[in-house]
Design a protein around this ligand. Structure first.
Ligand code: AMP
Ligand code: ZN
Length: 111
C-alpha cells in the first residue's frame, strides 16, 4: 500500500502545492503550527532521515534549497524560519515518507 505523501505526489490526493520540480514537491501542511508551514518531500519514497545514504546527498541539498526558495517566496527569509526533520517515535514522526517542515511567519517557541 502506498503512503499518503506518495499519493499526493501522484496527484491521487489533493494538496495545496506551492512548488514542484523533477525531484521534490512542496505543499502546505494540513495542520499548520505556524502561519507558514510547508512540507517539502522527495518524489521518491524514502521513509526517514535514517534511510538516507551518501548517494542521497544531492537530494537532501535539493530539499533544503527548495525550502530556502519557498521561504523567500513566502517572504519569511528576513524574519526567519525553522527547518525540521522528525525521525521516529520520540520525534513524533507520523508519516513515514521523508519530509522537511518549513515553519515561520511568527516568533517560534523553542521546544
Ligand atoms: P511528522 O510529524 O514530522 O511526521 O509530520 C507529518 C505532517 O504531515 C504533519 O504536520 C501533518 O499535519 C502533515 N500531514 C498529514 N497528512 C497531510 C496531508 N494529507 N496534507 C498535508 N499535510 C499532511
Ligand atoms: Zn511515500
Amino acid at each position: 500500500m502506498e503512503c499518503i505523501f506518495c499519493k499526493i505526489i501522484k496527484k491521487e490526493i489533493a494538496a495545496d502545492i506551492v512548488f514542484e520540480n523533477g525531484k521534490v514537491l512542496a505543499f502546505k501542511d494540513i495542520n499548520p503550527i505556524a502561519p507558514v508551514h510547508i512540507l517539502i518531500v522527495p518524489k521518491v519514497h524514502i521513509p526517514s532521515v535514517d534511510h538516507l545514504g551518501k548517494k542521497d546527498g544531492s537530494l537532501v541539498s535539493e530539499l533544503i534549497l527548495s525550502a530556502q526558495k519557498i521561504a523567500r517566496e513566502q517572504k519569511i527569509d528576513k524574519s526567519g524560519y525553522r527547518l525540521i526533520f522528525n525521525m521516529g517515535k520520540d520525534a513524533g514522526q507520523t508519516v513515514d515518507h521523508l519530509h522537511l517542515h518549513l515553519t515561520g511567519g511568527k516568533k517560534l517557541p523553542w521546544l
